[in-house]
Every structure is written in structure tokens, then in C-alpha cells.
Write a protein that binds this ligand. Sequence first.
Ligand SMILES: C[S@@+](CC[C@H](N)C(=O)[O-])C[C@H]1O[C@@H](n2cnc3c(N)ncnc32)[C@H](O)[C@@H]1O
Length: 245
Amino acid sequence: MQPVSSLPTAPQKEQAVQKMFTAIAHRYDLNNTLLSLGLHHAWKREAVRSSEAAEGDAVLDLCTGTGDLAVLLARQVGSKGQVIGLDLNERMLDYGRRKIERLRLNGHITLLQGNAESLQFCDRTFRVVTVAFGIRNVADIQAALREMFRVLKPGGRAVCLEFSRPTNAPLRKLYDLYSFTILPRIGRLVSHDQTGVYDYLPASIRAFPDQERLKALFSETGFSPVSYRNLTGGIVAIHVGVKPH
Ligand SMILES: C[S@@+](CC[C@H](N)C(=O)[O-])C[C@H]1O[C@@H](n2cnc3c(N)ncnc32)[C@H](O)[C@@H]1O
């Protein structure tokens, strides 16, 4: 067992995670596509579909990074809708802003710096709050879930796309082999990264709550009903929690 003294405190985790994302921001999108074999696009589309965001809705994407979900959400809510993407990391947001400009969506999406654990928005502001591959990185998952709950309107939906636990044993073995040996090498090579982010990635996935545990965390926060769906054999899962009326 790891000695308690070596476990990072929340501020230490936040600092380490931010250092990693600052270092890899310039290659983040390319690496995502390479390392997921392009699958992350389909996973993200599915998450946005699960949000049931409708024309004209105000939606928030937490840990938006370079804004992939914000872009998909903007297309779903249309020109009368409002999308806010929020992230701690200015460098990731910079790349996101360039992408949004390239796609001429700057009138529809606002990217803001902020912390998912203490949001700058009023209670009951959004119809939908999403988070993709982000909640695993926040220092206090429960605080982020509480904030998602607080800023949602009653009846609104929280959608979380995250790496999870493959459901069958042979796939789990193959996936572990890939993520602990091949993935860190490709990641390091492509982003010339020295911070160890691509070693952190599989370790953080393994340490993250599995499908049932994350579902329980949603329920403990007050979401009801809560459901999840496995994609690609449970390599990732989409959790949806509804804020009751
Ligand atoms: C793996 S990236 C995911 C980016 C994007 N959602 C995607 O799916 O491509 C994780 C992001 O979470 C952000 N992050 C980590 N902790 C955060 C926090 N407490 N508040 C806001 N953003 C945070 C990081 O800065 C990083 O941009």
C-alpha cells in the first residue's frame, strides 16, 4: 500500500494536473485522435446526444479543454442557444478559442477560465451540464458533482463521459496492455512530454471509480434517476443524472 504521506493533497493534484495539460496543450487534439484510434469523436457525439440539449438551451461544458464538446453542443442548441465552456487551464482554452474561431462559432460559445469545484454561476442556470474526460482530473470529484447539481435547472441533465472499466476480462487485459505500455510511448513521442502525463493517464483511469461507483456518487449528490451506458465494451461510459423537480 502507498504510504499516506506520498498521496498528493488536493492542491498538489490540481497543480500537477495543470502542469501536465499546459505541457501537452499544443498536441492535445492530435494525441486524443491517435491514442483513441479516432474513437473519441464518436464517444463525444454520443455524450452530446445523451444530453438531450434542445434548440435554445443554455448549456455548460466543464473541463472543456480545447472545446470539442462545446462545439458539438453549440450545433445542437443552435443560434438561439448559449454554450459556455469552462476550464482551469488557459493554454487549453487558447487552443479551444482558435478552434472555435476556425469553425466560426465564436458568436455561440464562450470559453471561460474557472474551477469546476467552485463555479462562478448562479443556482439553476443551465438545462444541461456536461463533462468529458474531466471529472477524473479534478481534485475533488464530489465537489464538482455538487456544483453541477447546483447550477442545473430542475429537470436538467448532468452528463459525464469518462474512461471506465471494460466489462469483459479479455478486453480488460488487452486494454491494460495498451494503456500501460503502448499509449505512454506514443504520447511521449508525439508531444515530447517530460511531465509524465501519459503515465498518469492509465494510472488515473485505474484509480477512478468504476461505472457502479460513479453512479452511486451521482445518486449521493441528489441526482435521480441516474443511468449509465457503456461504450466500446466499457472502455468509456456515459453517466446521466437528472436534477429532480
Ligand atoms: C483530459 S482534458 C478533457 C478536455 C475535453 N473535455 C475533452 O474531452 O477533450 C481534462 C481537462 O480538465 C481540466 N481540469 C482539470 N481540473 C479542473 C478543474 N478543477 N476545473 C476545471 N477544469 C479542470 C484540465 O485543465 C483539462 O483541460
